[in-house]
Design a protein around this ligand. Structure first.
Ligand SMILES: Nc1ncnc2c1ncn2[C@@H]1O[C@H](COP(=O)(O)OP(=O)(O)OP(=O)(O)O)[C@@H](O)[C@H]1O
Ligand SMILES: [Mg+2]
Length: 406
């Protein structure tokens, strides 16, 4: 059994899943707790977050009919930075056939490079493997050579953030089994290798933050986290139209982008249109709503555009954009992005999610499900790595667990 926790700006999502020998995960429990204790990924009200975590855990455990195992916790990309290093391992044994343990040795050597002070490695992406100086495609395990080199990108997070997170989860009685970068876990689940080769963008449009991950030529090109999300739409509407935040949230969820809505003139002749009734109830003009909403929605997409760079500037992004997060459910948001970016935006549910329990069949749960799936794959990898020395991933998890406890 594996468990994952996604602490978002609007909600905490907990997933309990069964892990199978081939690395797949079957979700058996989902729980959500709502809170307002997070701002730009930082915990501002630990008690509120801890309460939401407890609520989500109880719901997930009830659905799974099992106690939650130690969980992997997602951290937002906003805290992460990365560095690239090369590590090598000499293969001296007779036959010189590469084993998984040799890859781990090379990875360990790369990780020994200077880690920025006050930060810890939380994730890694292998960019390239070289055998006797020759770049090889795919896994080197089973090939023959005397010197293995790996180019790795390490993702680091500040110790202070890990400690704060650990404290809050301790308050909620959650046992932590490691941390993972939310958007990278989501990218692993949602983006196919062929899309990464073609160039693809993952956008997680949440309530408070928008994560962007760009892959070009099969490799991670950009990881960014914008401090904007659907909450900005709600706040703008509330302040601009003089309505409550709850009313503004209802408009965002039900009307969304007015590019897909009828004009004021068309609406006024329709007697029983739900849109008309909703706006009339709040004494809001469609034009006013549209002006406020579109200004912010367009800004969000322009910010995304500025982070992914122009098409063709450094490799194309022909696989387009895959949109997850609750923002993918805002009507017309994907269509607007597609129009502004000039790229296809696929806001459909990732295939894996379609077989999930109804409670998490939503792009808003993509990060939580991805974290659980990632954990299941790591567990299987750990079991496959036999020698103690080669289990550096295990060591990584244990270290992270230690930092969270301290
Ligand atoms: N069914 C829905 N229809 C329309 N919009 C929705 C729906 N469900 C969620 N949303 C929008 O998505 C937002 C929540 O998105 P999400 O759950 O991805 O955010 P989060 O993970 O809590 O926050 P973040 O990732 O920014 O820290 C809501 O505030 C709402 O605006
Ligand atoms: Mg989120």
């Amino acid at each position: 059994m594996v468990a994952a926790l996604d602490i978002g700006t609007s909600k905490v999502a907990v997933i309990i899943a069964e892990a199978y020998a081939f690395g797949a995960a079957k979700v058996i429990g989902v729980g959500t707790g709502f809170h307002r204790g997070l701002h730009r990924g930082e915990i501002t009200d630990a008690e509120a977050v801890a309460k939401a975590v407890m609520e989500a855990v109880i719901k997930a455990e009830r659905m799974a009919e099992a106690a939650m195992p130690p969980a992997v916790v997602g951290i937002p990309g906003s805290f992460c930075s990365s560095f690239t290093a090369r590590g090598s391992a000499a293969i001296k044994r007779p036959g010189h056939r590469i084993q998984a343990a040799d890859v781990e040795r090379a990875l360990d050597a790369a990780a020994a490079a200077a880690i920025p002070p006050g930060r810890r490695i939380v994730d890694r992406l292998i960019h390239a493997c070289l055998l006797d100086g020759e770049r090889i495609k795919g896994s080197p395990v089973g090939l023959v050579g005397s010197r293995l080199e790996v180019d790795v990108q390490f993702i680091t997070a500040p110790l202070s953030v890990l400690a704060e997170l650990g404290k809050c989860l301790g308050q909620a009685g959650v046992q932590v089994d490691g941390v993972a970068v939310q958007c990278l876990a989501t990218a692993r689940m949602v983006l196919a290798p062929s899309q990464k080769e073609l160039g693809v963008v993952l956008v997680d449009l949440g309530a408070g933050q928008t994560d962007i991950v760009v892959f070009r030529y099969g490799q991670l090109d950009t990881m960014a986290c914008l401090p904007v999300g659907t909450d900005n739409l709600t706040r703008d509407l509330s302040a601009g139209l003089g309505i409550s935040t709850e009313q503004a949230e209802q408009l965002v969820r039900e009307l969304g982008c007015t590019v897909s809505l009828k004009s004021t003139a068309e609406l006024s002749v329709e007697e029983d249109s739900p849109t008309k009734a909703l706006l009339e109830n709040m004494q809001v003009e469609l034009q006013e709503y549209s002006d406020v909403f579109m200004a912010r929605a367009e800004e969000i997409w322009q910010l995304v555009q500025s982070h992914i760079g122009r098409e063709g500037s450094s490799g194309s992004l022909s696989a387009g954009v895959r949109l997850v997060g609750g923002g993918a459910l805002v009507p017309g948001m994907a269509a607007l992005g597609s129009e502004l970016l000039g790229m296809p935006i696929d806001a459909a549910l990732p295939e894996e999610l379609e077989s999930l329990p109804e409670a998490c069949q939503s792009p808003a749960y993509a990060a939580a499900v991805a974290l659980a799936e990632d954990r299941a794959k790591n567990l299987i990898e750990l079991q496959a790595v036999s020698t103690r020395k080669s289990a550096s991933l295990n060591v990584l998890w244990q270290k992270v667990r230690g930092w969270l406890k301290s």
